[in-house]
Design a protein around this ligand. Structure first.
Ligand SMILES: Cc1cc2nc3c(=O)[nH]c(=O)nc-3n(C[C@H](O)[C@H](O)[C@H](O)COP(=O)(O)OP(=O)(O)OC[C@H]3O[C@@H](n4cnc5c(N)ncnc54)[C@H](O)[C@@H]3O)c2cc1C
Length: 462
């Protein structure tokens, strides 16, 4: 295969953000090349695993019910990030999210009615028919039909940048280094969660017990290179989207089927049989992404979700079967937890539950009293055998430390000056919007909105 030596717009990374950028740039007449580290079968990074994106809408739109105003979206984002967001960029993203469904539909992406279950998102999130892979296939088909050139197995190692101005990129193909020059570049190559050394710098040895839910290719090589070349950063290296996954999941690419949504239906204990956080603090779409970081701070980064048979059919099960026993003592012994400790925790919990009207659809009034930590909603006694448990580990989705961008998705270099021709989209700049916490479906919205902006402005920088 002859490799391209130059182009107008170079896009690094062929996930949702990169493809949105490539399509926009090509539609504006620029010659576009995508360099993608993975081979064709593994293309698309974390986007392969996705199911939905969050979009504002004034009335029913595609499969979205009723309305979800920009102000509601902003308030949701504000509450999960606790203010760790750039308001101007976040509001820009929210405004543009309203155009995404129509635009993606034009590019061949189809939507399906929302899935039910604990992530009840029928009003706020549009689900891709066929999931992330179908979305990617449509995006790749569209991009290639427009004339975008995609080079697989091409890992970008470094960018030649002088005073914020990009000249060319060095990439590895079949063990050899090659260069490609471009008038502008869009970096859309994800976070650094699959870079074990970098994760260890941020988290210490705890990082060894993390499971990476998605691609093994997002190693932060270009992010580190950009930081070394003076790009301004946003976010804290320990902040990330991290959920509770089944501890038996593979190290990489376990995807959605290893996620555990059962936390709200029972209690979660550490290896000493102790609870450590309010399992019913808020609705699950606003809280599921804090559980990975909570477990990461527990001894050996392991925890156990414990529930009884009343709730077993209320959540999406893991790929692996739950462990089960007729008594809490037996369950504790099977899990390797001191049985007296777990029994005490369950007894105290049961004694503190006050009766109310149980309703997992709302923040109900079933809570504990005089218990630390409390369970604020959906508290039911664990009293109906058999009992069940899932072992939990931190499942890292993506990191939030990234490059700072402006409203045209241009990367800011030291002194806050926007680069004339370096743009960023997706996970690599997600920390501008979500410096903390997470609102389900925002990863894809960030990638699509800033990908489109990056592509448009990269084409005009040519
Ligand atoms: C299991 C799972 C489920 C998820 N579900 C959802 C969901 O339903 N909704 C939602 O909004 N978000 C979801 N997310 C998060 C979402 O996947 C991401 O926020 C989004 O896909 C990021 O898009 P991206 O284009 O920035 O990165 P990616 O899709 O990860 O693409 C980055 C690409 O860059 C390539 N790359 C990396 N380094 C290099 C390099 N040096 N050179 C060349 N190429 C490189 C990678 O191979 C990859 O193809 C989920 C993530 C996971 C793991």
């Amino acid at each position: 295969m002859s490799l391209p030596r130059q182009t107008d717009v170079l896009v690094i990374g062929g996930g949702n953000a990169g493809l949105c950028a490539a399509i926009e740039a090509r539609e504006r007449g620029a010659a576009v090349v995508i360099l993608e580290h993975a081979d064709r079968s593994m293309r698309g990074g974390n986007t392969r695993h996705t199911r939905n994106l969050r979009a504002m809408h004034a009335g029913p739109a595609h499969t979205l019910e009723r309305s979800y105003t920009g102000e509601e979206y902003w308030q949701d984002l504000l509450s999960v990030t606790e203010g760790h967001t750039d308001e101007a960029l976040a509001r820009l993203m929210i405004r543009h999210s309203g155009e995404l469904l129509g635009w993606l539909h034009e590019k061949g992406v189809r939507f399906q009615p929302a899935l039910t279950g604990t992530l009840n998102l029928a009003r706020t999130n549009a689900f891709f028919l066929g999931g992330g892979k179908a979305l990617l296939n449509a995006q790749y088909r569209t991009a290639e039909a427009l004339g975008v050139r995609v080079c697989y197995d091409s890992e970008v190692k470094r960018l030649n940048i002088s005073r914020g101005h990009f000249g060319n990129a060095v990439f590895l193909y079949q063990g050899e280094e090659h260069e490609i020059a471009a008038r502008s570049v869009v970096v859309a190559c994800g976070g650094f969660q699959a870079n074990e050394n970098w994760m260890r710098e941020a988290w210490g040895e705890a990082a060894d017990n993390f499971i990476v839910r998605g691609t093994s290719y997002n190693r932060g090589t270009v992010l580190k290179d950009l930081i070394g070349k003076g790009a301004e950063t946003t976010g804290d290296p320990t902040q990330c989207h991290a959920i509770a996954v089944d501890a038996r999941a593979p190290k990489y690419d376990g995807g959605i089927v290893t996620r555990l949504d059962c936390v709200v239906f029972g209690i979660v204990v550490n290896r000493f049989g102790q609870r450590f956080y309010d399992e019913g603090e808020d609705s699950w779409p606003k809280r599921y992404a804090i559980w990975g970081r909570l477990i990461a701070r527990q001894p050996d980064q392991i925890a156990y979700a414990i529930m009884d048979s009343k709730v077993l059919d209320r959540f999406m099960p893991s790929l692996f079967p739950p462990m089960t026993a007729d008594t809490i003592e037996q369950l504790a012994s099977d899990l390797g937890i001191e049985s007296g400790a777990l029994t005490r925790t369950v007894d105290q919990f049961n004694a503190s539950v006050s009766s109310g009207s149980y309703n997992p659809e709302i923040l109900d009034d079933c809570s504990t009293h005089d218990l630390q930590p409390p369970k604020s909603h959906w508290a039911l006694p664990l009293d109906t055998p058999p009992f069940y448990a899932y072992p939990l580990r931190p499942g890292i989705t993506f990191t939030y430390l990234g490059v700072k961008v402006d409203e045209q998705a241009r990367v800011l270099f030291q002194g806050g000056k926007s680069s004339p021709n370096v743009f960023a989209a997706g996970e690599i700049m997600a920390g501008n919007i979500i410096g903390k916490g997470y609102c389900a479906g925002t990863g894809m919205t960030i990638g699509a909105v800033f990908g489109r902006l990056a592509g448009q402005h990269a084409a005009s920088a040519v």
